[in-house]
Design a protein around this ligand. Structure first.
Ligand SMILES: *Cc1c(COP(=O)(O)O)cnc(C)c1O
Length: 404
């Protein structure tokens, strides 16, 4: 069969489910923090997919890992294990609090596993009444029906019939409301240690510490969704390591594969016991190709030099964005941590984050939004100084056009 129509943006509307509205340009090639479209136009990538391409595009270590494994073995069922999966799991336990790993293929699936483990543990240990999941408004945990229901935006979970039950949403950073609500019926609290999709909102130290204390007091598990914050994004391998609070379950995906689909749920030996044979699973979870690539990613990202480099790059971005703000007066603040940064628009520019994204695209720069008021930056963790400067100068041109 041949494809008759031209392979360009128009074909999307013909053959794809319309749940996305992609930009006109179609990228065909990437290298480091640069991407080229079908017309050969070059872009600087300050998005990294959405916080995924943590080593840029086609990093040689990832290409090598993929080609090498691609000539050896692609797939086995979970009736057998494989070397890349075991090596990666060992490394993940070495870089985190966890003793045990469950592999999935995405962030939502890692969170689904986390939630099911929490429910199973509570039911086994305390009985069926202990089923309440507390999560936070503006939180995002993925698009499966359970995870989207736990996420803090009803608009994403409405309209699909009856939802998974016993999920409560409370305001983020509101200690008193949480304290008043949590009880011995609470099974788990799920939260992002820095809200990404919700607008790059950091928890206060007091809030995360209180969440941990209240979980302990009520025998509730603390689940950190580190799908966006994990794998070096904030300058720590996992964001919890910079917060002084350790979760019981952690989910990771996005940057873990650096562009190859993989997710994982990490937990302690005590909790892992409760996912006995047959209680959960995934056909592709632990796939040798995905694990080989992720192993290469973890090797580079866990290097203290890489993590130090994230903090250095944060400074380049903050200084550059503050300078642009002196010129154009568009941002109320630049916030976030490491290379998960948000420029929040001021009153005059409310609702116009997408205009910035489109204007930047025209100048050859990829950025993201987080909601309608925040321009989000999640570039490669190894982006060069020259690429950052070039990207910021393209952003300068985009902001100049917008403020005319
Ligand atoms: C992206 C994201 C998810 C969902 O990950 P998928 O791979 O799209 O399923 C879950 N939680 C957070 C915090 C995310 O940023």
């Amino acid at each position: 069969m041949t494809v008759e129509s031209k392979v360009e943006r128009g074909l999307f509307d013909e053959v794809m489910v319309p749940c996305y509205n992609p930009m006109e340009m179609v990228p065909v090639k990437g290298e480091g923090a640069r991407v080229w479209d079908q017309q050969g136009k070059e872009y600087i990538d300050f998005a990294g997919g959405i916080a995924v391409s943590c080593l840029g595009h086609c990093h040689p270590a990832m290409v090598n890992a993929l080609t090498e494994q691609g000539q050896k073995l692609w797939h086995l069922s979970n009736v057998m294990t494989n070397e890349p999966a075991l090596r990666l799991a060992k490394k993940l336990t070495q870089v985190s609090f966890a003793d045990k790993v469950f592999y999935a293929n995405s962030g939502a699936e890692a969170n689904e596993a986390a939630l099911k483990l929490a429910r199973r543990y509570a039911a086994d240990k305390f009985g069926p009444e202990k089923s309440e999941i507390i999560a936070f408004k503006q939180g995002f945990h993925g698009r499966t029906f359970f995870t989207v229901t736990v996420g803090g935006q009803a608009a994403y979970s409405d309209g699909f019939g009856p939802k998974p039950g016993d999920v409560t949403h409370l305001p983020y950073n509101d200690i008193e409301t949480l304290r008043a609500h949590i009880s011995d019926r609470t099974c788990a609290i799920m939260m992002e240690p820095l809200q990404g999709e919700g607008g790059i909102i950091a928890p206060t130290d007091e809030f995360v510490q209180t969440v941990r204390e209240l979980c302990d007091k009520h025998n509730a598990l603390l689940i950190f969704d580190e799908v966006q914050t994990g794998n070096g994004r904030t300058g720590h391998f996992y964001a919890y390591q910079g917060l002084g609070v350790t979760p019981d379950i952690l989910s990771t995906a996005k940057s873990l594969g650096g562009g190859f689909p993989i997710g994982a749920m990490l937990t302690t030996a005590e909790l892992a016991e409760h996912l006995k044979i047959g209680t959960h699973g995934s056909t592709y979870g632990g796939n040798p190709l995905a694990c080989a690539v992720a192993e290469a990613v973890v090797d580079i990202v866990s290097d203290p030099e890489t993590l130090k480099g994230v903090a250095e790059r944060e400074t380049w971005f903050r200084e550059g964005l503050n300078k642009l703000n002196e010129k154009y007066q568009m941002f109320a603040e630049v916030r976030g941590k490491g290379l998960l940064l948000g420029a929040a628009l001021n009153d005059e520019w409310q609702g116009r984050a997408r205009d910035v994204l489109v204007a930047a695209g025209k100048e050859g720069l990829m950025v993201l939004v987080a909601g309608t008021n925040v321009v989000r930056f999640t570039p490669s963790l190894v982006i060069t100084k020259q690429e950052v400067e070039e990207g910021l100068s393209r952003l300068d041109k985009a902001l100049a056009t917008l403020s005319k």
